[in-house]
Design a binder for this molecule. Structure first.
Ligand SMILES: NC(=O)c1ccc[n+]([C@@H]2O[C@H](COP(=O)([O-])OP(=O)(O)OC[C@H]3O[C@@H](n4cnc5c(N)ncnc54)[C@H](OP(=O)(O)O)[C@@H]3O)[C@@H](O)[C@H]2O)c1
Length: 248
């Protein structure tokens, strides 16, 4: 069975950019998201431009039963690289959220990332090869209620999960690489969604990275030993400021 790269949140932003950059490298793809119109457009474009095979699957990863269904499908695939990228944010204080907003974010960021990883792990261990990119965020290092605390906390989980999993794999002496990608502000549709519109105006453009550069750097550093990867010098400075609790 041909090896494929599976990208959640492949319909937009960072996930879409991974799709284009891996298609350029002649990799076959499976894209997962909810927006079928976008996925169809991307599939057509990638197959025409790069002569690869691009499938797409419509799944809402905020729903536990859908995550489980997707796991059953991908267990039977031959996944070379899994990219757990789907995600969303908001600026609603925790005390003002309803149960479903919180549950949905936990499902997309934590449950989907964890269970999809579990679903590909057996085949990667058996093959003794594979890569998993978990898209976290610099927000995983934020300890402040000025931004969404569930967003920060779920992204922190992704960082811990990735580091601990890499350690478990290392002890089994398996050639599987885990990357926890921690982008800072990146130009995508992320903060254009309705749920974000109530917040402050967009930050000055020099604060943002292009999604293309984030993904290029992530792919380039996939062979590195380190699990956590922070793309760009300005984000590394932000990271150090966050570690000093500068943002409080
Ligand atoms: N942009 C930034 O500044 C930034 C910074 C740090 C980290 N990140 C992280 O980067 C990742 C990608 O975000 P982005 O910036 O590329 O934003 P984006 O352009 O809004 O893309 C988000 C992707 O996630 C998918 N998604 C969201 N909810 C989903 C659900 N319930 N089920 C399935 N797919 C879902 C969306 O697809 P559909 O809408 O088609 O379902 C879309 O493809 C996220 O994990 C985000 O937390 C972004």
């Amino acid at each position: 069975m041909k090896r494929k790269i599976l990208i959640t949140g492949g319909s937009s932003g960072i996930g879409k950019e991974y799709a284009y950059q891996f298609a350029k490298l002649k990799k076959d793809l499976i894209l997962v998201a909810r927006n079928e119109i976008e996925l169809k457009k991307i599939k057509k474009d990638l197959e025409n431009k790069y002569k690869i095979k691009c499938e797409y699957l419509i799944f809402d990863l905020s729903k536990l039963d859908k995550i489980n269904q997707l796991c059953k499908i991908i267990e039977k695939e031959n996944i070379e690289i899994l990219i757990n990228n789907a995600g969303f944010g908001n600026r609603i204080p925790f005390s003002k959220t309803n149960y479903s907003i919180t549950q949905n974010m936990i499902n997309v960021h934590i449950t989907a990332t964890t269970l999809l990883t579990r679903a590909v792990l057996d085949q990667m261990i058996k093959r003794n090869s594979g890569k998993i990119i978990n898209v976290a965020s610099l927000a995983g290092y934020l300890f402040t209620s000025k931004s969404n605390i569930i967003y920060n906390s779920t992204k922190r989980y992704i960082i811990h999960f990735s580091k601990n999993l890499q350690d478990e794999i290392k002890k089994q002496n398996k050639n599987i690489k885990i990357q926890a990608l921690c982008p800072g502000f990146t130009k995508t549709n992320f903060d254009k969604h309705a749920i974000f519109k109530t917040m402050l105006p967009r930050l000055p453009s020099f604060m943002y990275m292009e999604a293309k550069d984030v993904v290029l750097k992530s792919i380039k550093t996939l062979e590195n030993r380190r699990v956590v990867y922070i793309p760009s010098f300005k984000n590394k400075i932000l990271y150090f400021l966050l570690r000093l609790n500068f943002y409080r």
